[in-house]
Write a protein that binds this ligand. Structure first.
Ligand SMILES: [Ca+2]
Length: 225
């Protein structure tokens, strides 16, 4: 077989292999191969309930802070109705769910501080998600707290952008436990504010794949469903 023919075949084979890989992996914004993934699941996004089977106001669509307990002044006048972010600046949006959300800048600016704690909810698992935006240092955070031990089992901050992003938490080892969500705004300077909405109220498609470096797995949110 002529040498140039072998080279052409090799080039064609390589091009096909690259193309096939892109097709298989085009939905995941990461470097994992489709072959490495454990599964793709749908989180149902059920609204969390209390032990007494009461649906809780975790997306703020009641328009008030029903069920939640505030300290300090940062959460006075919440929740916020509509996208007040895009009304005051052109480059960002709140990207909240529904009509209402929490945004501690919108009423009182950056200087106010405080906490807002949810009622206890029972983990049905295996995952929960929420939307978070605002400041990126540790003074601005969302915590999930184990009611029995008072231990913080998950903590997230913003990324110094108003646009909220979806965070997914693996709660599979906490099934049946009672947790609370604690919003903390201790920031007083620039980006000293927290945006939050929609604790486990959105169904989403989830992709899991191994992370050998940490002997665990990573998750990619593929889409809202
Ligand atoms: Ca909402």
């Amino acid at each position: 077989m002529p040498q140039y023919f072998n080279s052409t075949l090799l080039a064609l084979g390589f091009a096909c292999l690259s193309f096939c890989f892109v097709l298989a992996d085009d939905k995941a914004p990461d470097t994992a191969s489709a072959l490495d993934r454990l599964n793709v699941g749908i989180d149902q996004g059920k609204t969390p309930k209390s032990r007494a089977d009461k649906s809780l106001n975790f997306d703020f669509e009641t328009g008030i802070l029903e069920d939640w307990t505030a300290t300090g002044d940062a959460f006075a006048g919440q929740p916020i109705q509509g996208d007040k972010v895009s009304a005051r600046r052109q480059d960002m949006r709140s990207e909240h769910q529904g009509e209402y959300w929490i945004g501690t800048f919108e009423k009182l600016g950056d200087t106010s501080t405080g906490t807002l704690t949810s009622p206890p909810f029972v983990v049905e698992g295996p995952f929960a998600s929420f939307l978070i935006g605002g400041g990126s240092d540790n003074t601005i955070r969302v915590e999930l707290v184990d009611m029995q031990t008072d231990k913080v089992i998950h903590r997230a901050t913003g990324r110094s952008t108003e646009n909220m992003r979806q965070v997914v938490v693996d709660l599979s080892s906490h099934k049946g436990k009672e947790l609370v969500v604690r919003l903390v705004d201790e920031g007083k300077a620039g980006w000293g504010h927290l945006n939050f909405d929609c604790f486990d109220c959105i169904q989403f498609a989830l992709d899991l794949y191994p992370n050998p470096k940490y002997n665990s797995y990573m998750m990619t949110i593929l889409s809202k469903v």
